[in-house]
Design a protein around this ligand. Structure first.
Ligand SMILES: [Zn+2]
Length: 415
């Protein structure tokens, strides 16, 4: 990989833009300044959009002068500049924010998710700028959308893209670069993602913990109540969710799922403490598939819990996040043209797949603009996103740049 690309990726990775950690907010702004400077140097116009002091949304565009009646296409590229926390640091083989190359892999927090894709995009544009006359030879307008809140659930994304609507409304196709490929010779485009609804529940049975010898069999135990509730929600032998009407909108054999992420309450320290705890908390979520509506599922779940907890038990149920499932039509000229480019570069026909993951921004872009979405990326299965030793394969990184360059240069005939 050339030194300029490596230096750019290395400088970007060294900025600790961990969006979930408020103390790292100055780093978020540093990442924005870094990107603005780099994007400006490519000749693109760049703006930021913000609500209160949320991490800014970066929108940059290169619009070609309208000439000779040519109907140019506008290609949107989405990626995010925020990253997951680096913990547990001790499990990394190299410092997380220091770019390290070992055995053909580039290591560093964010190289796969999702800073690498941003640098690939910028390098692809730079190649077009430097090797050709950008204005006369470039075929398409380009709009970059770089988010800073993907890892915290894209809370303000819908609001911010509405602020930026004027800059985005001309986009004909969105390339969302936040995924990977199955193997280095098997390109992949995703047309479906699962939706998600998460909950937190607190059950309180007493004002304070009680002596289990004195109150055992008399007082309700909130941890047991939650355990029984969860066993009513899902049959652990068949994995079937038992909430009435949960599957009403599920058309085919794809599986929505239910998982408990954590239960707290009582005493779990060293030794024994013979109490009946006063309260218990739990976090759980459902992954949804297309046509399942998170609002409808929310109602089904909250009714089910109300009807299945013992009468008179005090509890509170809070929804902690909701994402619609995503499904896009891949029968369009952009998907076909991208498949052709990928096939040429990676050596195999593109596989069109669904993924079990959920990306809030994809759903929002799809709903707001109703344009084709090409959800793809250049990481591999062992890229360790969100985990220690996050990495991207060096060759995949380079092929990604070449692929994007070809995509940006697609001619009208090809799309
Ligand atoms: Zn990501």
């Amino acid at each position: 990989m050339n030194n300029k690309t490596l230096k750019l990726l290395s400088d970007f990775v060294s900025i600790q833009s961990v969006s979930t950690d408020r103390s790292k907010y100055p780093e978020m702004l540093k990442a924005v300044d870094f990107l603005k400077k780099e994007i400006k140097s490519l000749g693109l116009e760049v703006k930021t959009y913000q609500k209160d002091d949320c991490p800014p949304l970066i929108v940059a565009k290169y619009y070609l002068p309208h000439d000779r009646g040519i109907d140019r296409k506008t290609i949107g590229v989405y990626a995010h500049y925020d990253v997951q926390p680096e913990d547990p640091v001790g499990e990394w083989g190299s410092p997380p924010f220091k770019l390290t190359i070992k055995n053909g892999k580039i290591f560093g927090r964010g190289v796969a998710d999702d800073k690498g894709h941003i640098i690939q995009t910028l390098m692809a544009i730079r190649k077009i700028v430097e090797t050709q006359n950008f204005a006369s030879l470039q075929k398409n307008n380009i709009v970059l959308i770089f988010e800073g809140e993907e890892e915290t659930g894209s809370k303000n994304f819908e609001y911010l893209i509405n602020l930026a609507k004027k800059d985005l409304e001309k986009i004909d196709v969105f390339y969302v670069l936040d995924m990977g490929m199955e193997t280095s010779n098997q390109p992949e485009i995703f047309y479906g993602l699962k939706g998600l609804i998460g909950f937190g529940i607190e059950v309180r049975t007493n004002k304070q913990d009680l002596h289990s010898g004195v109150y055992g069999n008399k007082a309700d135990n909130p941890i047991q109540i939650l355990a029984e509730l969860f066993s009513k929600i899902k049959d652990s032998r068949t994995n079937k969710i038992l909430i009435p009407h949960f599957y009403d909108k599920v058309k085919f054999s794809l599986h929505p799922s239910f998982d408990i992420h954590g239960i707290t309450g009582g005493y779990a320290g060293e030794g024994i403490k013979t109490i009946i705890p006063a309260m218990a908390h739990a976090k759980f979520s459902f992954r949804l598939i297309e046509d399942q509506n998170p609002d409808e599922i929310e109602k089904l779940v909250s009714d089910f819990i109300k009807n299945n907890l013992p009468k008179g038990i005090k509890y509170s149920l809070k929804t902690s996040g909701k994402l619609d499932p995503f499904c896009t039509d891949i029968n369009n000229k952009y998907a076909k043209a991208t498949d052709k480019i990928f096939t040429e570069i990676f050596g195999k026909k593109t596989k069109f797949s669904r993924s079990g993951g959920s990306i809030g921004a994809v759903t929002t872009l799809s709903k707001q603009f109703k344009k084709p979405i090409i959800l793809t990326g250049f990481t591999l299965k062992d890229c360790n996103i969100h985990a220690p030793n996050e990495n991207i394969d060096e060759k995949m990184f380079e092929k990604g740049i070449v692929s994007l360059e070809k995509i940006f240069m697609l001619s009208e005939v090809e799309i």
